[in-house]
Design a protein around this ligand. Sequence first.
Ligand SMILES: NC(=O)c1ccc[n+]([C@@H]2O[C@H](COP(=O)([O-])OP(=O)(O)OC[C@H]3O[C@@H](n4cnc5c(N)ncnc54)[C@H](O)[C@@H]3O)[C@@H](O)[C@H]2O)c1
Length: 347
Amino acid sequence: MADKLRVGIVGAGGIAQGAHIPNYKKCGERVEIVAVADVAVDRAEACAKAHDIPHFFGSVDEMLSSAELDAVSICTPNKFHSVSTLAALKAGCHVLCEKPPAMTVAEAEEMAATAKAAGKYLTYGFHYRHSQEVETLKRFIRDGELGDIYAATAIALRRRGIPGWGVFTNKELQGGGPLIDIGVHMLDTALYLMGYPEPETVFGATYQKLGTREGVGMMGSWDWKNFSVEDMARGMIRFKNGASLVLESAFAANIGKSDEMQVKLMGDIGGAEVFPLEVYQEKHETLINATPAYMPQRNSYEVEVARFVDACLGGPAPISTPEQGVMLQRIINGLYDSAESGAPVKL
Ligand SMILES: NC(=O)c1ccc[n+]([C@@H]2O[C@H](COP(=O)([O-])OP(=O)(O)OC[C@H]3O[C@@H](n4cnc5c(N)ncnc54)[C@H](O)[C@@H]3O)[C@@H](O)[C@H]2O)c1
């Protein structure tokens, strides 16, 4: 087993330079970032210079045919997750692909099948799973402290958090708005904690009320004239085991808080909120709210990248799997389909 991982980066934007590259660097001698590729080749060049990466390219294919790589991070807009991931897997690389898995279920399925055929890891950038809160609560759940989790809520709401950069408001490039961008994080976190139950039916509604007009922006000023995604998505998922999950996500909504990222779980023994962690139980004829007096804090992106590197070098397999990526994509796309038709969608 190699003791050094040769890594390539696809897409030299915010998440690559803010999370992937610095956290690969923190792995020290175990990782060498060999190359970066971006369709905007000047961006690839600037990124290579800024982070001391020896090679840069104008496309993923050029990078894969020119550089010797073991693993690739896919950090492009959502539309290019699938095509870049397939190319990297077929070139014999492990892949850490940013969330969401893809734009369509067919793409996510092909990505999973290709990873399996190639015998390579494909994992997704669901960094909240690697947070201390989620990991600690997972231990409570494994010990049966919540019992049977039959109800959950996933919340990813921003008051006026329409991104003023990137392509987050472009449906063609992203596939949607807050549901596929931030709702997907809390949905994945809830499903992970629930043990990824098989979904049965979804019912969704989307709105475009605030994004298409000028207004106050807490994340910069956005291009409201070309805003083509939903600004709010709500939905309910029923699982085959009878459990249900309610989801709310918005880039902009008239709410009191600036933003809220939260997962709530309700089981027949206990319940919990995840951010910050709080566990609810009934004990000794008393209703108890348990909160950590101290919990070590950590950077969940750093843990995500370090664990991907570990897996590629022979350590434990990634906790976010291609099959879960397919299930998540079925739910997301099912919610969008339901919102469009106005009827529940059987998955
Ligand atoms: N995990 C998280 O918390 C998190 C946070 C932000 C973004 N993301 C995800 O990361 C991805 C990128 O987001 P970002 O904020 O870095 O966007 P960005 O716009 O800052 O950067 C994207 C880069 O990809 C390049 N690009 C576009 N098409 C390409 C292609 N076909 N091949 C190579 N490069 C290409 C663009 O030129 C740009 O430099 C998105 O999928 C987003 O959902 C995840």
